[in-house]
Ligand binder design. Structure first.
Ligand code: OXD
Ligand code: MN
Length: 593
């Protein structure tokens, strides 16, 4: 749809590579106009007005939720679609057995044919953005061309978007080209294709964040992991947080959990009363780019500038900092809309509204059989709103990582916390991670699948070689982070969670940071080092007994034998590319069991 945007600020840029590419795309897609985004405040106001005028966004109650807007996606387009996501490398082997592969030239011409003429009557937005703080050696520039104003406004929040990005680019020819066309938003014409050797992405037929905010999963993870392997760094699906002790000592931790397993909650955690004098600082909630520094430690930056978080379950108890963050300047997608112009979702602090519109726009009451908000409904909010934002997030150098945590959503088998014996054992723990599937990706929910390093949907090349890269990184670090595995989701025989989670995860974090600093005891087991009850702070945890702790930490040999057989399925798929260290680690585990 046309909208009354008069380009101001930039009319175009002089960078010849950018100009040529924009002209080519415009000749193909035939938009009515080209809008060069400059990231200014005036532009923000005009873009929101245009998005409201065309019906893409609806302003929420501006007294209660200043600067907040509401969006409903096409009901067929509510999550990432792994079956439509392709890695287009010259050979299938480079993409590896866990990715969908397509021959680059064939895929490119198929998608460009779909894009032909698709922007007639529409606006082509040129969105320049930076992933990472300016000046960081890891910073990467991207340009997204899109015909979706929703994408532009989300990119404005999620990245450092605007004219400053052109300044960073200067005359360099190194930038990511991302083309996004909404088309008719039909699942049969939905493709998210990555061309790592060309630093290029083409995404068509979807408007859902994870498929179309090209800086996020496509650039920062799939292409980022490819670049990292070639250049000696790591792009990981990890939150980054800082733990500040009462004496002011800060320990930074990066943690990989699959989608919708609580990374945002953990990254923004508010410690419980017992840890009143401790503070958690958020560096990032989804993606870490990490590179060894001159001092031999591993340094991490958050390439993003906002949070694209799962709304359901977010409330003042599970994540008070998120509730503060999304109280203004936020785009809500597929949540429920209340008559007073505020929003609601399952697990909100407010009781279910007597009436509202559900995520599809249908009237909803508490008696309705369906959910009011989609299980993967989202908020897009600027990190600047987070009361716990770490000052280091703006620093070019990043933060030194002392611990890496892997974790999945597992109702059984996996203890609350254990520590790897060393780096290569840690890589094995990450490589064999399993988790129950969630609503963040289309498909069945609740089935355990192997999700190595939480990167199964995001590794831009052969997973076996990715494990090799992890192992090789050890040689580049004098002081590698210690590696841990956690599971907040273990259930007892009665089906109830054994661990309260959320803020109480601070207790696990305390043991982890103390282990990193050589201050906490641990006991050697077949799985790794574990805390004894005495090593683990349970003070103030009402009614939590040693028996409960033992149940949480229990290692059942039969369950672990089954677990290893399930891990073997992934190893067999990857066998040809699997580093032998992974096989040795498996053998050692079997022997210990
Ligand atoms: C996300 C995801 O949106 O992992 O971060 O799906
Ligand atoms: Mn994610």
């Amino acid at each position: 749809m046309a909208h009354p945007l008069t380009p101001f600020g930039l009319q175009s840029v002089s960078h010849p590579g950018v100009r040529r590419w924009v002209e080519e795309v415009a000749a193909l897609t035939q938009p009515d106009r080209i809008f060069w985004c400059d990231g200014s405040e005036a532009e923000r106001v005009a873009l929101y007005a245009a998005a409201v005028a065309e019906g893409t966004l609806r302003p929420l109650n501006q007294e209660r939720l200043p600067g907040c807007y509401y969006h409903r996606s096409n009901p067929n387009d509510v999550a990432r679609v792994e079956q439509c996501t392709f890695i287009c490398t010259p050979t299938e082997e480079e993409a590896g057995p866990t990715n969908n592969w397509a021959e680059p030239a064939a895929m490119r011409s198929k998608l460009l044919a779909l894009a032909r003429g698709s922007m007639q009557g529409r606006t082509l937005f040129v969105v320049p953005y930076l992933m990472g703080p300016p000046g960081s050696p890891l910073m990467h520039m991207g340009v997204e061309l899109t015909d979706s104003i929703y994408v532009v406004l989300n990119m404005r929040i999620m990245t450092r978007m605007g004219a400053g990005a052109w300044a960073e680019l200067g005359e360099s020819t190194r930038f990511n080209r991302g083309l996004h066309c909404l088309l008719d938003c039909h699942p049969d014409r939905r493709f998210i294709a990555h061309f790592p050797q060309d630093d290029e992405i083409i995404s068509v037929g979807s408007g859902y964040g994870g498929n179309v905010l090209l800086g996020k999963k496509c650039l920062a993870l799939r292409l980022g992991s490819w670049m990292g392997r070639n250049e000696g760094w790591m792009a990981e699906h990890m939150l980054i947080l800082g733990v500040e002790s009462p004496t002011g000592e800060r320990t930074f931790v990066a943690a990989a959990f699959p989608s919708a397993c609580g990374k945002t909650n953990f990254a923004m955690m508010v410690p419980p009363d017992r840890f009143r004098d401790w503070k958690i600082w958020t560096v990032g909630d989804d993606i870490a780019w990490m590179k060894p520094g001159a001092d031999g430690r591993l340094y991490a930056i958050n390439p993003e500038a906002g949070y694209f978080g799962v709304a359901p379950g977010t409330n003042a108890k599970t994540n008070p900092n998120a509730m503060a963050t999304i109280s203004r300047d936020t785009i809500f997608t597929n949540v429920a809309l209340k008559p007073d112009g505020t929003v609601w979702w399952e697990g909100h602090d407010d009781p279910p509204p007597a009436e509202c519109l559900d995520w599809r726009g249908q009237p909803w009451t508490p008696a309705s059989p369906e959910r009011a908000a989609h299980a993967n409904s989202r908020f897009t909010a600027p990190m600047a709103n987070n009361p716990a934002l770490a000052a280091e997030v703006h620093g070019a150098q990043g933060v030194p990582i002392d611990a890496i945590i892997f974790g999945g959503r597992r109702a059984s088998t996996v203890p609350l916390v254990f520590q790897a014996f060393n780096w290569s054992h840690g890589v094995f723990l990450g490589a064999t991670m399993g988790s129950e599937t969630t609503a963040a990706a289309a498909g069945a929910v609740g089935q355990v699948r192997r999700d190595p390093m939480a990167m199964l949907p995001f590794c831009g090349y052969n997973m076996g070689r990715y494990f090799r890269h992890w192992l090789d990184m050890r040689k580049r670090m004098k002081f590698p982070p210690r590696v841990f595995h956690v599971n907040w989701f273990r259930k007892g025989a009665d089906g109830r969670f054994l661990w309260p989670g959320f803020g109480e995860n601070m207790r696990v974090l305390k043991w982890i940071t103390d282990r990193c600093r050589g201050r906490a005891g641990g006991q050697e087991t077949a799985l790794g080092w574990v805390p004894c009850f005495e090593d683990f702070d349970t003070a103030g945890l009402d009614g939590f007994t040693r028996a409960q702790f033992d149940e949480l930490q229990a290692m059942n040999a039969d369950e672990w034998r089954r677990e290893i057989l399930q891990q073997d399925e992934l190893f067999m798929r990857l066998y040809q590319f699997l580093p032998k260290e992974m096989i040795f680690q498996r053998e050692l585990l079997v022997a210990r069991l």
